[in-house]
Design a protein around this ligand. Structure first.
Ligand code: ZN
Length: 130
């Protein structure tokens, strides 16, 4: 099976606020987003920052150009893997900020996390020689 690598630029921010500011919606004083089940959320900036800090990492995709990422001290490798896969899912548009795009991003995340979960026990069984 040929490997098809995804070329994605990742911009890492030192602060969550900086990452959110680059997203642009901080000017509004609130964040709006849609979950994969179509539920729309509108939250104050303060509440969004609190929840994102608790999640450990936060990111957004700039069209097909780059993933903008913040990683807190509590960010685990698994969480980061899921967030990156989710954002790559957003970059595989044609849809922009639609329910269909969010569902696709959530699916990418689920699949990536399932593969991530399988890795340790499958990797152990790989052939090391020819
Ligand atoms: Zn999303």
């Amino acid at each position: 099976m040929a490997s098809k690598k995804v070329q994605v630029q990742v911009v890492v921010y030192r602060s969550l606020e900086g990452c959110m500011k680059a997203f642009g919606e901080t000017k509004l004083g609130h964040f709006e987003w849609m979950s994969a089940d179509g539920k729309k959320y509108r939250m104050s900036l303060k509440e969004t920052v609190r929840l994102s800090r608790a999640a450990g990492c936060w990111a957004w995709a700039e069209d097909k150009k780059a993933i903008h990422l913040w990683m807190g001290k509590g960010c685990t490798k698994e969480e980061l893997f899921g967030v990156l896969a989710h954002e790559i899912g957003h970059m595989e548009r044609p849809f922009h900020r639609t329910l269909r795009e969010e569902q696709k991003a959530a699916k990418y995340e689920r699949v990536a996390l399932a593969a991530y979960g399988l890795m340790p026990r499958v990797w152990r069984r790989r052939r090391t020689g020819n």
